[in-house]
Design a protein around this ligand. Structure first.
Ligand code: BTN
Length: 311
């Protein structure tokens, strides 16, 4: 959000303040205050204007200005009602040299998943991509993916949903029949040189206020699990948690271990080098899964993981 607009909102958040007083405080003209108030109303903020001045009454449930308002993380938010893919848009912004931008959408018409799969992204979800330029080697990049899974799982638990993480980054809810249903998917893309990441885009798709019937088989949503959430608050929590974890990468793996459902389970991991089957015993920085197989311990950096029934 534009800095002056954010300061106007901050000024009127705790009670009515006369326009001239806002103008004085912010060192802008009265006309500029009025323009910001109008722009905020258009963005869905309900602002009363009585004798005592302007007062913020309600904040919209979703949108760029809404998510940026009160967000405790240093991201700009670019919002779209509908866009082909927030990851594609974030990549364009990366090519323009931008950073610390979140591209957020209500609906995606060409959402992309891992392994070139399509990602269903109907209206009502939280589809977002975070563009960063961290000063880390490319080998550390998986830690950001894990951080996104932790951030989303924490937000889901705060919303009353018993979510867990399947390695490396699927956020799941287990139904009454023991079947895992996917709540969130994460697609991380990056560009870099041998020793440094140039940019990284962490795409997070949260099935929020959508019907399971509008998603792929096996998926669930926040709505299905516990009713609709306030997407503004949920998004803010994800971004704040993600920022905290991303600022201290050593904290990511311990946080991931606490929320994961994979450790201690029998797994089959489809890796580029073949199938690995055994008990998942640990995750090591920046995100490798350690599997105890019949032939000894194997460290897997990437692959599709399936939880197997115990034998
Ligand atoms: C997966 O296959 O599990 C990853 C899905 C990632 C989907 C998100 S939605 C926001 C962002 N934009 C995209 O096109 N994809 C990611």
């Amino acid at each position: 959000m534009q800095d002056t607009r954010r300061r106007v909102l901050d000024a009127i958040a705790d009670g009515p303040v006369p326009g001239p007083e806002i103008a004085d405080r912010l060192d802008v003209s009265r006309a500029a205050v009025w323009k910001h108030i109008e722009a905020l109303r258009e963005a869905g903020f309900s602002i009363e204007g009585g004798d005592a001045g302007y007062e913020l009454v309600t904040v919209p449930e979703f949108g760029g200005e809404a998510v940026a308002f009160g967000l405790d993380a240093p991201f700009e938010v670019e919002y779209h009602d509908s866009i082909p893919s927030t990851n594609d848009r974030a990549r364009e912004l990366a090519a323009e040299g931008r950073e610390n931008v979140v591209v957020l959408a209500d609906e995606q018409t060409g959402g992309r998943g891992r392994l070139d799969r399509e990602w269903a992204a109907p209206s009502g979800g939280i589809w977002l991509s975070i563009l960063l330029r961290p000063t880390v080697p490319p080998a550390d990049a998986p830690a950001f993916t894990l951080a996104a899974a932790v951030a989303t799982t924490r937000a889901a638990r705060e919303a009353g949903i018993d979510a867990t993480i399947k390695w490396p980054n699927d956020v799941l809810v287990t139904d009454g029949d023991g079947r895992d249903r996917k709540l969130t998917g994460i697609l991380t893309e990056m560009e870099g040189e041998a020793d440094r990441v140039s940019w990284i885009v962490v795409g997070i798709g949260i099935n929020a206020n959508v019907d399971a019937g509008d998603l792929v088989e096996g998926a669930t949503s926040l709505r299905e699990e516990n009713g609709d959430v306030n997407r503004r608050v949920f998004t803010q929590r994800v971004l704040e948690e993600f920022h905290d974890l991303g600022s201290d990468l050593d904290s990511v793996v311990p946080a991931w271990r606490d929320l994961a459902d994979t450790l201690g389970r029998r797994v089959r991991v489809d890796t580029p080098g073949g199938e690995v089957v055994g008990e998942a015993v640990d995750v090591e920085f920046p995100g490798a899964l350690v599997v105890e197989t019949d032939d000894g311990r194997v460290r897997v950096s990437a692959g599709d993981c399936e939880h197997l029934r115990p034998i």
